[in-house]
Design a protein around this ligand. Structure first.
Ligand code: F6R
Length: 364
């Protein structure tokens, strides 16, 4: 039942404040009460963490890597499952491994889980489908509590995966003694703001995003740029746009621009720059200026502070509320998802059932 929405994808985008609320209710209480959300994971003693997943779930894992490394000082080895399982990565049996999957049935992710299990690693599963193969074969299951996701393009599962990864990273940091109790409380307070801010963003950006989507639907190629946790988000933006609108899109680390893709810049390829006002904002702005100087059209997705700080003349600027760094990836996911959605609607594609794609990929 799509309710008042035209597509399941739209409905699922708008369900995110509530879905994230469920994640927080389940996990944050555990952190606050000093209970360990990960009893079978001794984060304090593992030398490293391995993460494996496919598609959007992999991109969530990449953002998780930034958090585990920054907050918990825990080295993370991550790859797409189809590479992970064949790379012969030197993994220590003392390590733990996390597998992220909405469906819990993705063939390559399941195979990389079995591979790690054989090597003796502790196995954690971040899944939406609690009754799935990946959940069944794990030592610890971390449900993302997103509710059924019908649209083939993943939206609420992505932000709920991120929320669970953030909680696990904070919990790992606490167990490893790499953050103070005050820092833990500040991070938890930021997480708790998410449902309210997400609701506020979803209620306000649609007219602007629709305007932009109408324009975007006229182009054949789009480049997404981001730094830090906005880099995986740039790849997620490109993935979402290509899978439902069939417009060719690529996500790049902003700093890689001058190592190749800058050759493509002209007025026919809009560049979407994802840049919350964080400690690396100025670096991203200088990449944006390089695009503008070559006649490229910049669409800036930033926050109030970033919009004030950047003097650049953009084709469009989407301005979000200024939020703490830990929740920026979830908040910035919203305009990225809506932009892909409305562009696809303008193109007249089958948004919920894009050609050649399946919701659950059970073949390798
Ligand atoms: C993208 C998308 C896919 C899935 C991927 C993994 O919108 O839906 O990239 O994320 O096929 O699927 P799960 O999470 O079920 O393992």
């Amino acid at each position: 039942n799509k309710g008042k929405h035209r597509h399941f994808m739209e409905k699922e985008i708008y369900e995110q404040p509530e879905a994230i609320g469920h994640v927080l209710a389940h996990y944050v209480g555990l952190i606050e009460n000093n209970a360990d959300p990960i009893p079978s994971f001794d984060f304090a003693s593992i030398p490293s963490l391995a993460i494996s997943a496919c598609g959007t779930a992999y991109l969530a894992g990449l953002i998780g890597k930034y958090w585990f490394e920054r907050y918990a000082r825990l080295p993370v080895e991550i790859d797409v499952a189809s590479e992970f399982r064949y790379r012969e990565i030197p993994l220590s049996p003392q390590s733990a491994a996390l597998f992220i999957s909405q469906s819990g049935e993705t063939a390559d992710t399941l195979a990389s889980l079995r591979y790690c299990k054989k090597l003796g690693l502790k196995i954690g599963a971040i899944v939406n489908a609690a009754e799935s193969s990946i959940a069944r074969e794990a030592d610890a299951v971390f449900p993302i509590l997103a509710g059924p996701e019908i649209g083939v393009a993943s939206t609420k599962a992505f932000t709920c995966q991120l929320a669970v990864l953030a909680v696990l990273a904070i919990s790992a940091a606490r167990h490893r003694g790499t953050v103070t109790e005050n820092e833990v409380q500040a991070l938890v307070r930021s997480l708790a703001e998410m449902p309210r801010i997400m609701g506020q963003v979803l209620n306000s950006i649609q007219p602007k995003v629709e305007l932009l989507a109408r324009e975007l639907s006229k182009y054949h190629d789009v480049l997404y740029l981001g730094r830090g946790t906005s880099f995986p988000l740039a790849m997620e933006g490109a993935l979402k746009l290509k899978e439902i609108s069939y417009i060719h899109a690529e996500g790049y680390a902003a700093g890689e621009l001058k190592h190749g893709p800058i050759a493509l810049i002209d007025k026919n390829m809009p560049v979407i720059v994802i840049a919350p006002f964080d400690r690396i904002f100025n670096k991203t702005v200088s990449n944006m200026e390089e695009v503008a100087a070559r006649g490229g059209r910049v669409i800036l997705v930033t926050d109030e502070k970033g919009a004030t700080a950047s003097k650049l003349d953009t084709m469009h600027t989407i301005v979000l509320p200024a939020v703490d760094e830990i929740i920026a990836p979830m908040i910035f996911s919203l305009p990225i998802q809506l932009l892909a959605y409305h562009t696809a609607v303008f193109m007249g594609t089958d948004v919920d059932q894009p050609r050649n794609l399946a919701k659950s990929v059970t073949v390798e």
